[in-house]
Design a protein around this ligand. Sequence first.
Ligand code: UDP
Length: 327
Amino acid sequence: MQSILVVGGAGYIGSHMLSHLQNAGYQPIVLDNLSTGHRDAVINAELIVGDMGDAALLDQLFQQHRFSAVMHFAGCIEVQESVTHPLKYYKNNVAATMTLLEKMQQYDVNHLIFSSTAAVYGEPQTALITEKHPLNPVNPYGRSKLMVEQIIKDMSEQGILKYAILRYFNAAGADKKKGMKERHQPETHLIPLILQVAQGIRENITIFGADYPTIDGTCVRDYIHVTDLCEAHLHALIWLLTKKQNVVCNLGVGRGYSVLEVLKVAREITAHSIPMVVSEKRPGDPASLVADPLLAYETWGWKASADLEMMVRDAWEASRELIKNEV
Ligand code: UDP
């Protein structure tokens, strides 16, 4: 059985990935410092608690296991926080990743699947963003991910590794069958925050800006179900291990929803009025980010299948399960 090192495998997307790997016959081994991840999200897999920037720990890990590939999900992901705490982003997302890359090179582990982001594009120049769109990130989060993309490409140029760089749009939803859910502390993401209002945890949802040049003035994002994301990762892994070809690929649905549209869907699903207040724009937020998802389809014959309603419904059911379990 091939072992895959899943860095950040106790986090939202990484932990969802574990069962997809297992079902496909791979053995995931998780490295996570639990700064934002959850121990109980790692199901049926070995968890090593530690930091990807800890060279001595990585020495041990790479000596103990022969990994076929590394899937790198670990990182700080909040746009606003990256604006106020840029060093945290460059340190965790760039510097710590460099240690991981250094150890991959040292131990000759030469397949990498890297979680990048649509934030590397910055303000879109076209309605749908292809992978060829100029890269002008407008916040430190996007810049930190772009820096790592460039480092990975430079290493690959020297024959050190092959990569799949996956640029996520907005991951949402949960695998409710497996009891999985999105749990950020503190929560900053739109759909979980909206659902917290419906659960009575918050009084209202704050809309960050209502005068963007979009259909209703609120920001437009391309939401993609986390299980669709995981499926795409599996395609990327198999592709990398068999074809040994680099790929940089968007992971999105190709359809954008405004914040108000998401709110409308959530009101219908939860049967809650979900009050809102409009506030200032959040620094670093592009008006619209919508993927052109064609390359993923052309490369792997894959496209996302879940719609926004399913994402909100799954997230809603998963969050209610969570509350039930915590009471
Ligand atoms: N958003 C909002 N209120 C919130 C959280 C988010 O209006 O309390 C908006 C945010 O400005 C962005 C969209 O919802 O346009 C998605 O934000 P999220 O933080 O979920 O993901 P991001 O796009 O930043 O990765």
